[in-house]
Design a protein around this ligand. Structure first.
Ligand SMILES: C[S@@+](CC[C@H](N)C(=O)[O-])C[C@H]1O[C@@H](n2cnc3c(N)ncnc32)[C@H](O)[C@@H]1O
Ligand SMILES: [Zn+2]
Length: 194
């Protein structure tokens, strides 16, 4: 292949990458919400208007990576977070084989915090991840979803969602009975008011 052809091919690939990136950035936009400082943690995402139940609010975009690469990046992001004290990992499970690494500044959905009483949920539709409203959400309310973390490593993820039902740790609801048992064993159970 001649040098001219090689250069043309390189330019074509670069242009295709740029177009893909622009499309991804466009998909990541949403009128329904905006970023603000959060009472739960760091930055959060807030409703800019009344969001009716069932609304598809925003897409969680990112780079599709296989599980091996995902594991490598998760550890690297965690190590970085421990050093800087910033939020940890922006990797979202997509399928059995792939995850989405959403750690780019223009992926607003990466900033949704977890809550034990969430007002949003995530849906995977044809390899794309969307955030939907679980109920009507008032303007100015913080958008949250259940991160779905399994009970393993529960002590590493204290929850500060502030909801009445908060279980104290970022753990998916179906593991709460196991978590309560573990907390009881360690004497960490919630004290009921007399
Ligand atoms: C994907 S980030 C969410 C956005 C984050 N607030 C930020 O400013 O980057 C996930 C991290 O946010 C923090 N976080 C999210 N929900 C939380 C909660 N309910 N309680 C405490 N920390 C939370 C944890 O540090 C978690 O690792
Ligand atoms: Zn909580």
């Amino acid at each position: 292949m001649g040098a001219k052809t090689k250069r043309r091919r390189k330019l074509k690939i670069a242009a295709k990458r740029r177009r893909t990136l622009e499309r991804l950035k466009e998909r990541a936009k949403s009128e329904w919400c905006a970023v603000q400082e959060s009472g739960i943690h760091g930055a959060g995402v807030y409703a800019t208007m009344l969001i009716p139940a069932g609304t598809r609010i925003i897409e969680y975009v990112g780079e599709k990576i296989d599980k091996e690469e995902s594991e490598r990046r998760a550890w690297a992001q965690m190590a970085q977070a421990e050093m800087t004290g910033d939020a940890a990992v922006y990797i979202f499970t997509l399928t059995d084989k792939h995850d989405l690494d959403g750690s780019v500044e223009w992926n607003t959905a990466r900033l949704l915090n977890h809550s034990c009483d969430p007002n949003c949920e995530t849906w995977i539709t044809g390899k794309r991840i969307f955030i939907y409203a679980l109920r009507d959400i008032e303007p100015g309310e913080e958008l949250t979803f259940d991160y779905g973390f399994e009970v393993e490593c529960w002590e590493d993820h204290p929850c500060r969602c502030g909801s009445q039902d908060c279980v104290g740790y970022i753990v998916r609801r179906e593991d709460w009975s196991v978590l309560e048992e573990l907390k009881r064993e360690l004497g960490l159970e919630r004290k009921e008011s007399a």
